[in-house]
Design a protein. Structure first.
Length: 286
C-alpha cells in the first residue's frame, strides 16, 4: 500500500512534470495549426485531436514511471486500478487552444487515499510550470505565495460566471449577480482556463477566481497549488461523502487574508440558485 510521505509526494510531482513536458513540443506544434475540432455537449464544448493524443501520451508516460496508478482523464475516462489516482486535463482551455489564443495549459494531479499530494500545471507557450508537493508550491522551481490585495476594490477577479446555461435558465437574475462583481472589483476578467486562473492567484498575479462549471480534472492540480501557496480554495456546491473540495462543480479561490464580502455574498446567492434549479429538476423527473 502506497502511503503519502514527502518523498512520495516529490516522486509523484516529478512524474507529473515529466508527463507534462513530454507533450509540450507536440502541443506547441499543434497550436494554431489546422487541427480538427469536434464537439461534446454543445457547440461551446470543443475537443481537438490534440487533446486526445496528448492525453494518451501522458497516460503512457505515467504508467511507465508509476505502474501502481489509476488515471482519470477528461477525454478517455478511467485507466488502470492502482493506488495513485491521477487527474489529467491534457488541454485546460481547449476553447482558447482551438481559437489560437495563447492561454491554455496541461493539468496533472496525483492523489493518495483521496488527497492530492502532487500537482503540475504547465503552460507550454509561456513555459510557465506551476507545481506543488507537500513542501509547497513553485513556479519554474522558485517558491511562490498567494499574496495580493486584501480589499475587493484593489483586486482583479477572473470568472467563467455566468455560464451560458445559467443565462439561458435564470436570465436577468444571474446577469445582475455578475454586475455586482463588476461593481465590487477593480477588474473582472473572463480568460478561459480554470487551472491557469487558480495558478495566477497562487502567484499573486490575480487576487481571486470564481468558477461554476468545472470537473475534477480541471481543478484538482491547480487547487492544490493554490492551497500549498497559502491561498484559500472554497468549494461551493455540497460534496458527497468521501469527496474532496476539488470535486465540487463550483468554487472560488483567493489570495491569503483576502476580505471579499461581496464575492462571498454573490457566491451564496449562486449556490441558492443552483440548488433551486437542482430541486426543480429532481421534482420534474418524479
Amino acid at each position: 500500500m502506497m502511503r503519502s510521505t514527502p518523498a512520495v509526494s516529490l516522486h509523484l510531482k516529478n512524474i507529473a512534470e515529466g508527463a507534462a513536458r513530454s507533450v509540450s513540443d507536440f502541443l506547441r506544434g499543434s497550436f494554431r495549426s489546422n487541427h480538427e475540432v469536434s464537439y461534446k455537449r454543445d457547440f461551446r464544448d470543443v475537443v481537438t485531436e490534440a487533446d486526445q493524443e496528448a492525453e494518451q501520451r501522458i497516460i503512457e508516460y505515467i504508467l511507465a514511471h508509476e505502474p501502481d496508478s489509476t488515471i482519470l482523464g477528461e477525454e478517455g475516462g478511467q485507466v488502470g486500478n492502482g493506488a495513485v489516482r491521477w487527474f489529467i486535463d491534457p488541454i485546460d482551455g481547449t476553447g482558447n487552444f482551438s481559437a489560437g489564443v495563447a492561454f491554455w495549459c496541461v493539468s496533472i494531479a496525483a492523489a493518495i487515499d483521496g488527497e492530492v499530494v502532487a500537482a503540475v500545471v504547465y503552460d507550454p507557450i509561456a513555459e510557465s510550470l506551476f507545481a506543488a508537493d507537500l513542501s509547497g508550491s513553485t513556479l519554474n522551481g522558485q517558491s511562490i505565495r498567494a499574496v495580493g490585495p486584501t480589499e475587493e476594490a484593489r483586486a482583479v477577479l477572473t470568472t467563467n460566471y455566468p455560464a451560458p446555461r445559467q443565462v439561458n435558465r435564470d436570465g436577468d437574475r444571474v446577469v445582475l449577480l455578475w454586475g455586482e462583481l463588476v461593481r465590487s472589483f477593480f477588474a473582472v476578467k473572463r480568460i478561459g482556463s480554470a487551472a491557469l486562473s487558480l495558478c495566477y492567484v497562487a502567484n499573486g498575479w490575480y487576487a481571486a477566481t470564481l468558477s461554476t462549471a468545472v470537473n475534477s480534472w480541471d481543478v484538482a492540480a491547480a487547487s492544490f497549488i493554490l492551497k500549498q501557496a497559502g491561498g484559500a480554495y472554497r468549494p461551493l456546491m455540497p460534496l458527497a461523502p468521501g469527496q474532496q473540495d476539488f470535486h465540487s462543480s463550483a468554487y472560488y479561490g483567493t489570495v491569503a487574508d483576502a476580505d471579499y464580502p461581496n464575492l462571498a455574498r454573490v457566491c451564496s446567492q449562486i449556490v441558492e440558485i443552483e440548488l433551486d434549479a437542482l430541486a426543480t429538476s429532481d421534482a420534474s423527473q418524479q
